[in-house]
Every structure is written in structure tokens, then in C-alpha cells.
Design a protein around this ligand. Structure first.
Ligand code: XMP
Length: 516
């Protein structure tokens, strides 16, 4: 296995993911694990991640000395390279300006980059397009090392000691912006470390099941099933591990999409024989939302109400010791991220945290280390339907944040129908898979129209469809006009109460994906 030591980079997880994509088992651990741990892990190679620290600060994280003494290949990335250089006798300097973004590097013959390039430059040297993000940089190589990549701004953009098989790269091979990044990591783990092909989803399922059984023992576990991908995969996995010791609670908050409750109950309760308690709390939620127009206050109200109902249900089940959640790795980073810089609150998400304290339950989060695409792969391996596994994300507060201003039952009914038509037409046209998220938004304003010989004065539906990799930035989807026309016609003709449909052509940023 490959051991990745985490120096606090926001990309550390990504390194793990890339390594797993090359079918190699790896684990990510804090940089300060004990030497004994590292020795017993017996890695075939070690990767040192980047990190926010500067080696010039007093308590700058150090690479455990044993890393250099095990005789296995080591790859230092960004801060990992700097720490490696400094500790092995080289020098690091505090560069005047930060280097951030794309850079073109020229490479020298070496094992790490052999036959890997984006192009040959005018001097006949292989060139790589890489993604940089650093302040400090190496300005003197340690003994035994040579520079294997450089450009005018960064003379030591990568270094190698081929004898000891120590490598350092100042850029980030783990991000997709570094086009050859995957090839470089593949080269490191398969050729340089000679790691076996020992990571695949069926094995992961077995291991995950083993871990869940070992942790939970004979206790009961409760899980809030939302019908979304994450909680569904978590439920299927835990059910596979402990069967009826898992009790799921599905809370219908009245803010779900058309037929969502029915479909979820069918999939889990009927097809998978999972123990699911259905709670219809739609009235209660609408009651609590009365008069509230502020988006964040709506979120808080919905979140609080959910916790309350969930607690009541949990109290009815005896011997529950665990609360399971479908938290996935991006939630972990976004919600707190001890390492990531504090960014201003734009929207509060309520799917992480809160519940365990009030319920005094232990937390079971079997998907905590997985990325979305890995969760989907896991879902398929567990036999969940494709439609469910490749579903667009749906926010916890549901239609509550897709009805602008105050939420009313009448609005939820109109929006549900419009949304269903939109999604059905997208699916029929093959556009559902081509968009990352698509939905209808209800605008509680009336505009004038004409239906036959009569004047109409009805509500507006906005359609939103975006394409995005990470939901942090997004482009509006260029849906064909003919498709938009068909959707608009159907919505206006089939739903009494809507006489106008508009398409949202705002990107994120500056707009957000949801309207509230
Ligand atoms: P925004 O609107 O912030 O959305 O661009 C980014 C992604 O987050 C989802 N979202 C939420 N998910 N609770 C959730 O569970 C929320 O309160 C919430 N607000 C936004 C949104 O659907 C999109 O996928």
C-alpha cells in the first residue's frame, strides 16, 4: 500500500483519490503519526502532501525522519517537496510573489516524467502544463538531487534523486488542471514503487462491511434516509453489513419532489427489504414555515424541525446506539475543514453535525472518505438502481429554497408538477446526464397572459440547469431551444396557475445554483 502523509493541503484527499483511481490501495494519515506506525504500515511508497505552512514558521510540520530511512520511494508534493528539500540538506526561500495557476515546465530525462509530456517546445524539450499554488520554493537542491523540471520563474520545479528514488514536485499532480498529473502519479506508484493492483470496489465493499460490523457489534443504528444518493448508499451499505439492526427514518417534509416519498419507500422498503419508518410531517413543516420569508431562516426552521421529528422517532426505537449519516468527503471539507481557510458563510448546509449531540448517539459515517463518484460506484456495486445512483443532488431544505419567499402548500404543488415535467423532458432528450443539476423554481409573482380569449394573471416558473464539476462554480446549460420550447409549452398547458416560464442564464459565480 501507499502511505500518504497529510500536511494539511486541501488537496490531500484528492491525492488519495487519484492513487485509488490507479487501482492501488492507499491510506491518508496526519504527517505526525508515530515512526512505529509508519514502519508497521510497511508502505511500498510514501507521498508527502502539500500544506498551508511555510517551513520558516517555528512549528512548521516536519517529515518524520523514518520516511527517508525505510528505503522506499518518496514523492513530495509542494510543501512536501519543500520540507523534504530542507530536511535533506537543501534550501528553501520565501519567494517574493505567490505563484498560482497554470505554468509551463520543461522537463529533463528522468524516470518520473519519461514519455510524459503535453508537447515538445521550440528547443526540442518536453513541456508539461501544470497547476501551481505556492509561496515558498526550493532554491538549492539537497545533495544527490538534480532538477528534473524548471521554467524561468522556478528553476527547481521538480527534483529527483534517482538512486534513493526520492522525488519532489512543486506543482500539484493531483488536480485535473495538471493534465498529465494522473500519468505522473501512475508512474510513481506502479513503476517507481512497483505497487500492486490491489484496490477495487468489490474489495472495498467487503472491507467496509467488516469495519461496520466490528464497530457496531450488536447495537442498533438509526439513519435518516432522504432518498438522495449519499444517504441511500449509506443505508444500502449498512444494511448489507448489519441487516435489521439498521432502522431508517424517512421524513416527508412536504418539500419533496413529485412521487419522491413513494419511490424511496418502494426501493428501500420493498425491493431491498430495509427497515424504513415513514413519517408524514408535511403539515408540521408547512405550519412552522408560515410567514417566514428569509432564506436562511427557512433553512434553520426546516433543519430544526427535522431534528425534532427525527429525535421523536429515535426515542421510540429501543437500544439505538448509533446515528448513521451519509456524509461524504466534500461535506467534511466544506463544513469545517480544520485545514481549509475560513470562507464566509454563503449558505448554511445542515446535513452535517447537530444531531449526534442532541441524541447522544455515536456517529457512523461509512462514506466519510469517499468522493461523489466513488459513492456512486459503491452504490452500483451494492445493487442500487442506476437512476437513483446518478440522481442530481437535491438540497436538504428541498423545495423550501426553490419557492422564493414564504412557502405555501399551493406553491409546493405547482412547483412539484413543473419540476417533474422539466426533469421528464430532460431525461427523454438525453440531457439529464449532460447536466449536473436541473430543477424548477417557483416565483410568487403574477404576470399577465392570454389563454384562448381570456386574460390570465398567474405565477412564473424559472428553469435552472447547470453544468459543474464541483458545484463551487457552474455554467448554465445551453439547452436546445426546441427542448426549452417543449418544456415551456407543457408546463403552461398542463399546470393551471402558471402562465409564464423563463430560463435562468446566470453562472455561478456571481449567481448561486439555487435561487435562495
Ligand atoms: P448553491 O446554491 O450554494 O448550491 O450554489 C451548491 C450546491 O449545494 C446545494 N445546496 C444545499 N444542499 N442544504 C443542502 O443539503 C442546503 O441548504 C443547500 N443549499 C444549496 C445545491 O442544491 C447545490 O447542489
Amino acid at each position: 500500500a501507499i502511505l500518504i502523509l497529510d500536511f494539511g493541503s486541501q488537496y490531500a484527499r484528492l491525492i488519495a483519490r487519484r492513487i485509488r483511481e490507479t487501482s492501488v490501495y492507499c491510506e491518508l494519515h496526519p504527517f505526525d503519526v508515530s515512526p512505529q506506525f509508519i514502519r508497521e504500515f510497511s508502505p511500498v511508497g510514501i507521498i508527502l502532501s502539500g500544506g498551508p505552512a511555510s517551513i520558516f514558521t517555528n512549528d512548521a510540520p516536519r517529515v518524520p525522519q523514518i520516511v527517508f530511512e525505510l528505503g522506499v520511494p518518496v514523492l513530495g508534493i509542494c510543501y512536501g517537496m519543500q520540507a523534504m528539500a530542507a530536511q535533506l540538506g537543501g534550501e528553501v526561500e520565501n519567494a517574493q510573489t505567490r505563484e498560482f495557476g497554470y505554468a509551463e515546465l520543461l522537463t529533463e530525462p528522468c524516470r518520473l516524467f519519461q514519455d510524459i509530456k503535453d508537447r515538445i517546445n521550440s528547443d526540442g524539450k518536453p513541456a508539461l502544463d501544470v497547476w501551481m499554488s505556492h509561496g515558498d520554493r526550493v532554491n538549492k537542491l539537497p545533495p544527490g538531487f538534480t532538477a528534473i523540471a524548471f521554467n524561468a520563474a522556478t528553476p527547481f520545479a521538480a527534483m529527483a534523486d534517482e538512486t534513493r528514488r526520492f522525488y519532489g514536485v512543486q506543482f500539484h499532480p493531483e488536480v485535473t488542471h495538471t493534465l498529465q498529473g494522473k500519468a505522473i502519479l501512475d508512474r510513481f506508484v506502479h513503476d517507481i514503487c512497483d505497487a500492486g493492483y490491489d484496490w477495487n470496489m468489490p474489495d472495498y465493499v467487503e472491507e467496509a462491511i467488516g469495519r461496520i460490523r466490528a464497530r457496531v457489534g450488536g447495537d442498533k443504528v438509526i439513519l435518516g434516509l432522504s432518498g438522495g444518493v449519499d444517504s441511500s448508499v449509506a443505508a444500502a451499505l449498512i444494511h448489507r453489513a448489519i441487516g435489521d439492526q439498521l432502522v431508517c427514518v424517512f421524513v416527508d417534509n412536504g418539500l419533496l419532489r413529485l412521487n419522491e416519498a413513494k419511490q424511496t419507500m418502494e426501493t428501500f422498503s420493498r425491493n431491498l427489504a430495509v427497515n424504513v419508518i415513514y413519517v408524514d410531517a408535511s403539515r408540521q413543516f408547512l405550519e412552522q414555515l408560515k410567514g417566514i420569508t428569509d432564506p436562511e431562516q427557512k433553512r434553520r426552521t426546516i433543519g430544526r424541525e427535522f431534528v425534532e421529528i427525527f429525535q421523536q422517532e429515535a426515542a421510540k426505537i429501543e437500544n439505538v446506539k448509533w446515528l448513521a449519516q451519509g456524509t461524504i468527503y466534500p461535506d467534511v471539507i466544506e463544513s469545517a475543514g480544520s485545514h481549509t481557510k475560513k470562507s464566509g458563510l454563503i449558505k448554511s448546509h445542515h446535513n452535517v453535525g447537530g444531531l449526534p449531540e442532541t441524541l447522544r448517539l455515536k456517529l457512523l459515517e461509512p462514506l466519510r472518505e469517499l468522493f461523489k463518484d466513488e459513492v456512486r460506484e459503491l452504490g452500483l456495486a451494492l445493487g442500487l438502481p442506476r437512476d437513483l445512483v446518478f440522481r442530481h443532488p437535491f438540497p436538504g431544505p428541498g423545495l423550501g429554497v426553490r419557492i422564493l419567499g414564504e412557502v405555501k402548500y399551493e406553491y409546493t404543488e405547482l412547483l412539484r408538477q413543473a419540476d417533474a415535467i422539466f426533469i421528464e423532458e430532460l431525461r427523454n432528450a438525453g440531457w439529464y446526464e449532460k447536466t449536473s443539476q436541473a430543477f424548477a423554481v417557483f416565483l410568487p409573482i403574477k404576470s399577465v397572459g392570454v389563454m384562448g380569449d381570456n386574460r390570465s394573471y398567474e405565477y412564473v416558473i424559472a428553469l435552472r440547469a447547470v453544468q459543474t464539476e464541483d458545484f463551487m462554480t457552474a455554467q448554465w446549460a445551453e439547452l436546445p431551444y426546441t427542448l426549452l420550447a417543449r418544456i415551456s409549452n407543457r408546463i403552461i398547458n398542463e399546470i393551471r396557475g402558471i402562465n409564464r416560464v423563463v430560463y435562468d442564464i446566470s453562472g455561478k459565480p456571481p449567481a448561486t445554483i439555487e435561487w435562495e
